[in-house]
Design a protein around this ligand. Structure first.
Ligand SMILES: Nc1ncnc2c1ncn2[C@@H]1O[C@H](COP(=O)(O)OP(=O)(O)OP(=O)(O)O)[C@@H](O)[C@H]1O
Ligand SMILES: [Mg+2]
Length: 236
């Protein structure tokens, strides 16, 4: 799936469940939900990466859409990247009235949820711009917010900042049931990915696994679904 964030075309218009990418998102979701490392009642996931631009927001959103459509799970997608938030643009909303507002103001999660065109999928945007994002995640309200999210929803997926430049994902990661690290194949150096993996482990977060983005452009031919000449279609 190729996304064009510059013209802010909504992600739901670009999502194609029948594409090869759609299949990969179903596979990834299945693997996460069935991971032997996930606690029995585990339902909250955080998506991060080593550095910027590896595909975190794209993968977090697509996973949430996949879960809402194919697993019909009541899903909450949270924009936890308050430094470079994009999910409000992906879904055509303003960022205000979101995560930072619930943490800092006397306003509840339930009052800040934004609807999406996908049935079962709700969005909590990053919220009003805050000059001190680091302090935001130190608030005890973060645990309360996640507890409320897990109470109201069957699945919670958080898009977060990368782990090497800032600590946000490491702080939030300790509060969720599982962390997924996105690696942009062919671009992120091995040592950088290894450093990110170590940081997540050391933070005490439950790293469920690593997902490769940009596979078609970077990996050998046998990773490319087109090599197999197989295209399933439900149409006659
Ligand atoms: N598999 C993909 N195929 C094509 N384009 C992609 C793919 N994944 C991501 N992109 C594009 O790469 C850019 C970065 O993706 P995205 O915003 O999801 O990354 P990010 O890790 O969230 O970035 P940031 O660190 O800025 O938050 C976007 O323009 C997105 O459309
Ligand atoms: Mg992002």
């Amino acid at each position: 799936m190729a996304l064009d964030n510059n013209n802010c075309r909504k992600i739901t218009d670009q999502y194609d469940g029948e594409s090869a990418a759609g299949t990969e998102f179903r596979r990834l979701l299945h693997n996460l939900l069935n991971s032997s490392y996930l606690p029995d009642d585990g339902k909250s996931f955080l998506v991060t990466s080593a550095t910027t631009g590896e595909g975190k927001s794209t993968i977090a959103s697509s996973l949430a859409i996949t879960a809402s459509i194919y697993k019909t799970k009541k899903t909450l997608l949270i924009d936890g990247d308050v430094r470079r938030p994009v999910l409000h643009k992906f879904f055509g909303h303003d960022r205000e009235g979101g995560l930072s507002d619930v943490i800092l103001d006397d306003t509840k999660l339930e009052d800040n949820l934004k609807s999406t065109p996908v049935e079962n999928l709700w969005l909590l945007t990053s919220g009003t711009h805050q000059p001190n994002p680091t302090q935001l995640f130190d608030s005890p309200k973060v645990s309360e917010l996640l507890a409320a999210a897990k109470f109201y929803f069957e699945l919670v997926i958080i898009d977060c900042a990368p782990v090497i430049p800032v600590s946000d994902a490491l702080v939030l990661g300790a509060e969720v049931d599982g962390v997924v690290l996105v690696v942009k194949a062919g671009e992120t150096p091995r040592e950088v990915s290894r450093r990110a993996t170590n940081l997540v482990h050391e933070s005490g977060a439950n790293l469920l696994g690593v997902t490769l983005n940009n596979v078609n452009d970077a990996l050998p031919y046998y990773y490319n679904y087109r090599y197999y000449g197989y295209r399933y279609s439900s149409k006659p």
